[in-house]
Design a protein around this ligand. Structure first.
Ligand code: NDP
Length: 297
C-alpha cells in the first residue's frame, strides 16, 4: 500500500510549533520581521510573494513588502537591500528570484546581510551548510528533510538519488542528506541533464527526489519497489481549466505510485513545506539577532 506524504499536514504542525516560538519572542518585546522584495512582473513570482506575505500575517510575523519597477536600475535594488540590512525591525530578507537580466543575481545574494539571509543562498551560508555548520537551511531542501522525518523515513544508510543540481534545490539537498547527522548519513547521487543511464540510477534509489522542472517525466520504470518518491517539481501545463493551466510535478504520480511505498503529491507535498520553512528561518533569524533563545520544531 502506498502512503501519500501530506505536506499540508506537516507544514501545519510546523507552523503551530513556530507560533510558540513567536510567543517567546513577543514576550521579550520582539516581533519577527520578514521583508520580501519583488523586482518582476511575472505573475508566478507575484503569487509566490503574496503567499509568503499571507503566511507571515497568519503566524504573527511582521511582513514588509517592497516592489521595485523591473525596468529600474540595479542600484535601486541594492539600495533597498542596504536599507533592509540596516533596519532593526527586519530579521529576514528575501529577494524573489528571478530578477531582471540587467541585475546580477549573484551580487544580489552577496548584498544581503548573511544573518538576515533566510533563503540561505548567501555564499557564507552556503559554505557553512557544506561544512556541516549550517545557519539557515534553504527552505525547499529543509522542507524535504522535515517530510522524511515526519514519516520516519530513514536517511541513514539510504541510497538517495536527486534529479537536479540547482543551487536552490539539488545541491543544498545533496549536501544536507550527506551530512554526518541523524537527518543525513545517506549515500547521495546527484543526477542532471548529462547523466548517463538516469533510469537505472533512479531505480536504485531508496529515496528518489525529482527536482528537474520536467513535467511528469519520472514514471514507474524509474522507481524501485518500495522507494520513497519526493516530487519537488512544480510545472504549469496547459489544461482545460479556468486559468488555462494546471500544476503538475516532475513525477507521473499514478504511474510512480505503483512502485513507491511513500510519495508526495503535487500540489500538497513539498510546496507547503517550502513556505513553512521560510517562516522557520525567519523565527530563527529573529532569535539569533535579538539574542532570544527560541525553541524550533
Ligand atoms: P533548475 O531549472 O534550476 O534545475 C533543473 C535541474 O534539472 C538541472 O540541474 C538540470 O540539469 C536537471 N534536468 C533537467 N532536465 C533533466 C533531464 N531530462 N534529466 C536529468 N536532469 C535534468 O530548476 P530548480 O531546481 O529551480 O527547480 C526544479 C523544479 O522544482 C521546478 O519544477 C521548480 O518549479 C520546482 N521548485 C519547487 C519548489 C517547491 O517549493 N516545491 C521550490 C523550488 C523549485 P543541468 O544542470 O544539466 O541543466
Amino acid at each position: 500500500m502506498t502512503e501519500d506524504i501530506d505536506g499540508n499536514a506537516v507544514a501545519a504542525d510546523i507552523r503551530e510549533s513556530l507560533a510558540e516560538g513567536i510567543e517567546t519572542l513577543e514576550a521579550e518585546g520582539v516581533t519577527p520581521g520578514l521583508a520580501t522584495v519583488l523586482m518582476s512582473d511575472d505573475p508566478a513570482s507575484e503569487t509566490y510573494v503574496s503567499m509568503k506575505q499571507r503566511d507571515c500575517e497568519e503566524v504573527g510575523i511582521n511582513g514588509i513588502h517592497v516592489e521595485i519597477d523591473p525596468d529600474a536600475p540595479a542600484e535601486e535594488l541594492y539600495d533597498t537591500i542596504d536599507d533592509l540590512n540596516a533596519d532593526p525591525e527586519v530579521h529576514g530578507i528575501l529577494v524573489q528570484m528571478p530578477v531582471p537580466d540587467h541585475v546580477d543575481d549573484r551580487q544580489v545574494l552577496r548584498s544581503i546581510d548573511p544573518i538576515k539571509d533566510v533563503d540561505g543562498f548567501h555564499p557564507e551560508n552556503v559554505g557553512r551548510l557544506v561544512a556541516g555548520n549550517d545557519r539557515y537551511r534553504p527552505c525547499t531542501p529543509h522542507g524535504v528533510q522535515k517530510l522524511l522525518e515526519a514519516y520516519d523515513i530513514e536517511t541513514e544508510g539510504a541510497d538517495a538519488v536527486i534529479v537536479g543540481r540547482s543551487n536552490i534545490v539539488g545541491k543544498p539537498l545533496a549536501n544536507l542528506l550527506l551530512q554526518k547527522a541523524p537527518d543525513g548519513n545517506a549515500t547521495v547521487t546527484v543526477c542532471h541533464s548529462r547523466t548517463d543511464d538516469l533510469e537505472a540510477k533512479c531505480r536504485n534509489a531508496d529515496i528518489l527526489v525529482a527536482a528537474a522542472g520536467m513535467p511528469e517525466f519520472i514514471d514507474a520504470e524509474m522507481v524501485g519497489e518500495g522507494a520513497t518518491v519526493i516530487d519537488v517539481g512544480i510545472n504549469r501545463v496547459d489544461a482545460d481549466t479556468e486559468k488555462g493551466y494546471e500544476l503538475v510535478g516532475d513525477v507521473d504520480y499514478d504511474s510512480a505510485k505503483q512502485q513507491a511505498d511513500y510519495i508526495t503529491p503535487v500540489p500538497g507535498g513539498v510546496g507547503p513545506m517550502t513556505r513553512a520553512m521560510l517562516l522557520y528561518n525567519t523565527v530563527k533569524a529573529a532569535g539569533l539577532q535579538e539574542d532570544v533563545d527560541v525553541e524550533l520544531p
